[in-house]
Structures are given as C-alpha cells and as structure tokens.
Design a binder for this molecule. Structure first.
Ligand code: FES
Ligand code: FES
Length: 155
C-alpha cells in the first residue's frame, strides 16, 4: 500500500506492507533513526512521536493509520542540525545518560509544552508517565522540562 505522510514538514509517499508500523516506516523507509524501538509492546515510550499535534507511541500505530497526516520526530526539534532549546535543557540538566529513551521524552515533553507552556511538576510527571528511563531516575528529566527556556518546546 502507498502511505502519504508529512514528516518534519517534508512530504513523503512510501510503499509499504499493510502491517508496517509507523515506527518502522520512520526508521527503515525514511531513515529517521532518532525514534527508537525499546519494546514494541507500548510499554517504554522510546518510539514517541507527535502525530497531528498529539504524542503517540509509534509502535502502536500502523503506517496506514498515519496516511495523510503530519508527524514530527526528534529530528525536527533541531532542523538545522543544532540542538533546540529543550534538547539543550536536557543536556544542561543532565537529563540523559545512555540517551536511548531521550527522543521519546523530548517528543512527549514537546507535546505537553505546546499545550501547557507552564506545567506544574505533577503535570510534567503525568505527561511523561508513559516513558521509561533506566538511567536518570527521572528527576533531571522533569527539571529539564520545567526549565524549557522557550516555554513551548520549540526549536
Ligand atoms: S517501542 Fe513503542 S512503547 Fe516501547
Ligand atoms: S538515559 Fe538511558 S534509558 Fe534513559
């Protein structure tokens, strides 16, 4: 089947099998490997992207369900090859170690900050509860999101 998507502002038409998951379309067809696969069972959040403005776990979405829709991945947070403000905040607050979970946290936090530019700590924790990190203990991630210098999660 043919799937037409706009990813980080660029249009693509991809020929894929009907059972292809969105995460695999992004990683294998479009080489956007910043979106990670940690579990494939909707548990870890490493595959989180923004689909029509909402954070979704892209291992739970068929590529066909994304047809005609707009997707943002971590690559879109720093379109000129530099880190965006939220990414810098993660670095400055030591909010990553191995980094495997980071793109998922960044996308979930970006969706939150667009909707709620001044979240409370409990709102940040609630928005990120579907994302797992085995390294940081979470507090640094929460601190980074609370400090987002743009208040919007935007580059
Ligand atoms: S890979 Fe999608 S939630 Fe873990
Ligand atoms: S930084 Fe290693 S899993 Fe989160």
């Amino acid at each position: 089947m043919k799937v037409s998507v706009v990813v980080n502002g660029a249009g693509h038409v991809v020929d894929c099998h009907p059972s292809t998951l969105l995460v695999h379309l992004l990683r294998e067809e479009l080489q956007l490997t910043g979106t990670h696969v940690g579990c494939d069972t909707s548990s870890c959040g490493a595959c989180t992207v923004i689909l029509d403005g909402a954070a979704v776990k892209s291992c739970t979405v068929l590529a066909g369900q994304a047809d005609g829709r707009e997707i943002e991945t971590v690559e879109g947070l720093g379109p000129d090859g530099r880190l965006g403000p939220l990414q810098r905040a993660f670095a400055e607050h030591f909010a990553l170690q191995c980094g495997f979970c980071t793109s998922g946290f960044l996308m979930a936090a970006t969706a939150l900050l667009r909707e709620n530019p001044e979240p409370s700590e409990s709102e940040v924790r609630k928005a990120l509860e579907g994302n797992l990190c085995r390294c940081t203990g979470y507090q640094h991630i929460v601190d980074a999101v609370l400090s987002d210098p743009t208040g919007s999660g935007q580059p």
